[in-house]
Ligand binder design. Sequence first.
Ligand SMILES: [Zn+2]
Length: 328
Amino acid sequence: MGDAKTFSSAESTIACNNGVPFHDGDIIVRSTTAQVDFRIHKAFLAVASPFFRDMFSLPQNEAPSRSASVEDMKDGLPIVPFEEDPQTLGTLIQLCYPRWMLLDCKPIFPTIERVLPVLIAAKKYAMDGVEREVRAVLISPRFVDPDPLRVFALAVKHGMYEEAKICARHTLRTPVLAKQYIPELENITAGAYYHLQDYHIRCGAVAAGVVQDVRWIINETSVWFDCSGCRGGSPPVMISGDKRKWVAKWWADFMMEAGNLLRDCPSGVVVGVDSHVVQMAMEKASTCVACRSRALREIKEFCAIFSAQVDKMVDGVEFSYLAPNGIA
Ligand SMILES: [Zn+2]
């Protein structure tokens, strides 16, 4: 048992390139999948995990049975075998250590695939603090922003319902009802996906309602209210203070298009100033001499308020997913 590679700061490239203090300590933890050892201070494992606290408080031959137990010695130190691969084990240990000891070496999660094994291991060894930290990584913008449906499916699969709610909110930027397929959907129930679709439909109705009732519009001096040359084809709209205002046709078209988009993708980013629907509106506005000079500046200000109004209204819609075991 003593011929495994020891994971030291000098030769480590697995978990961190900046030098992990895993060459010093009073216990060896071994990844049995690759026979890689980490020499660490067992006190940090004991603080992070009641499982290891209990194990280390027992005489060596009475260690509690789970995958990890003290089995052998190396360099006069007990070896605790782990089923986890070296990358997972290295990251898990890093997360148990105080940050000041790791200097610039932060736990590395290059891909979402690296997050889940650490999360599963943290649960397995009852490392509650580590688990909380890894759950926060899972729903961090770098994973959720590019692929919210995927992270949603992973969160549901692993029973993380609060994280699933957060991911569901992020999926609103994409049309879930457009039959988007990802392999991770195979791992969740039809019930979970039904609730996500239902959430989209309810949010879509609320977001489209922001266009239908524009009494949230306070600024009545925008060019689309002022330009008499662009009016036509649309009835006046009622804005804040119950004032009826005639509007430019290009702006009425823009709002109708925005409403259609928001029904499918009920998120404020859909009507951001860089969005396609705004660019189309600016092309139409540019054909009017009166609107041309003011439209872009004023639509930028308007879209910031419009977008925030959509998000505010959607925030009020609850994602009512109930897990099979009844945990909301
Ligand atoms: Zn005009």
